[in-house]
Design a protein around this ligand. Structure first.
Ligand SMILES: NC(=O)c1ccc[n+]([C@@H]2O[C@H](COP(=O)([O-])OP(=O)(O)OC[C@H]3O[C@@H](n4cnc5c(N)ncnc54)[C@H](O)[C@@H]3O)[C@@H](O)[C@H]2O)c1
Length: 348
């Protein structure tokens, strides 16, 4: 196989970003798309010259579909993924991989059993700047890690939640600002700071009506390495701000906004620091979801991740963000919800 044939399941808001990315990668080709709403499949399929299906199981019968992008609502993935895995199709799912760690474990087991690749979109990990922070942590440039924070201060209108019956529901969205919007920054935070030992949290619904999930959350984190940190998230803040992830150590600090470095200083300066500091004000390659769920997004992060996933299939290696890696953020968010519900700290 020289080219990986992709099918997309779920042709809603995020699907065009996948289709555009697949079209731009030499080793990938969009073969077919599937959606239970025929008009949605038709619109995406027509734009990319892909075959159209209303039953994804028919699409899986095609031998030229080697992998699927799973762009259905978050809590609908596992049943569909089990069918895809049984059909021998590799699976690249949108974030969060599923809405509970239990359901994620089912997905991982299905992938292992059927020997297919399982990946989860966390496109911020494919921007250059988060990788620079990860490398600086590995090189011990921050000294001792002291504080690590994620701030998701976004705006989502009541109409946004009304735009899909699954949005804002416990069963299919899995949670509110943390599980849906904040999962990207929470994934980055754990990638940088390492495992969390204990979490204490509060959540609330303050700016929207009729949601089963939070639009406001604060969590205090204690990491295994002794550092502390906080997560603050809301979708009830107008006009919404760039999402921030901060890493602070005894010897240096870095701050990301929408996956782009805004601050980068170390006690022991290196030659490359000046080059980085000169481009601190450049635009984010991911774009901003602060007030616009998908319109504010650029596709470059998805393109890089889908390319990595296709190469993982061709080279028979693991993708950069596999199922086990993607599970950490969901497990932490679950612990935050549990702490908010019980009023007690939750230990890992
Ligand atoms: N990576 C990112 O930055 C990002 C951004 C937006 C959304 N997402 C994720 O993408 C997923 C989808 O979000 P969205 O905003 O595109 O939702 P959406 O509601 O716009 O689209 C979901 C689509 O899935 C279809 N669908 C439902 N059940 C199906 C089935 N059984 N078979 C085929 N199609 C089916 C629906 O008809 C709909 O068209 C969510 O998990 C969300 O978290 C990720």
């Amino acid at each position: 196989m020289e080219q990986v044939g992709f099918g997309i399941i779920g042709c809603g808001a995020i699907a065009p970003i996948h289709a555009q990315s697949i079209a731009e990668i030499a080793q990938t080709r969009l073969v077919a798309v599937a959606d239970v709403v025929e008009a949605s499949a038709r619109k995406l399929g027509a734009a990319h010259g892909a075959e159209i299906y209303t039953d994804y199981r028919r699409m899986l019968e095609r031998k030229d579909v080697h992998a699927v992008c799973l762009c259905v609502p978050s809590g609908m993935r596992v049943e569909i993924a089990e069918t895809c895995a049984q059909a021998g199709k590799h699976i690249l799912a949108e974030k969060p991989l599923e809405v509970t760690s239990e359901r994620i474990d089912r997905l991982i087991r299905a992938a292992d059993r059927n020997r297919i690749k399982l990946g989860c979109i966390f496109q911020y990990r494919f921007a250059e700047d988060p990788r620079l922070i990860r490398q600086a942590i590995d090189a011990k440039r921050f000294g001792r890690l002291v504080l690590g924070d994620a701030y998701i201060k976004w705006y989502r209108s009541q109409e946004y939640y009304a735009s899909g019956a699954w949005r804002g529901t416990r069963r299919l969205d899995g949670g509110g600002v943390l599980m849906n919007q904040g999962v990207h920054q929470i994934d980055l935070l754990i990638w940088f700071m390492g495992p969390v030992k204990r979490v204490t949290a509060r959540t609330s619904l303050i700016g929207h009506k009729g949601l089963e999930v939070e639009d406001l959350a604060c969590a205090l984190l204690e990491f295994e390495n002794g550092a502390m940190g906080s997560i603050e998230g809301s979708t009830a803040i107008w006009p919404g701000h760039p999402a921030r992830v901060e890493v602070h150590g005894s010897d240096g600090s870095a701050i990301l906004e929408d996956g782009k470095l805004r601050f980068w200083r170390f006690k022991n300066e290196a030659e490359e620091d000046a080059v980085l500091q000169a481009r601190l004000k450049e635009d984010s390659m991911i774009g901003s979801g602060a007030s616009d769920p998908v319109g504010g997004l650029k596709h470059e992060g998805h393109r890089r991740q889908i390319e990595d996933f296709a190469q993982a299939i061709l080279e028979r290696r693991a993708p950069a963000v596999d199922g086990r890696e993607a599970r950490h953020a969901v497990a932490l968010i679950e612990a935050i919800y549990k702490s908010a519900e019980t009023g007690e700290p939750v230990d890992f």
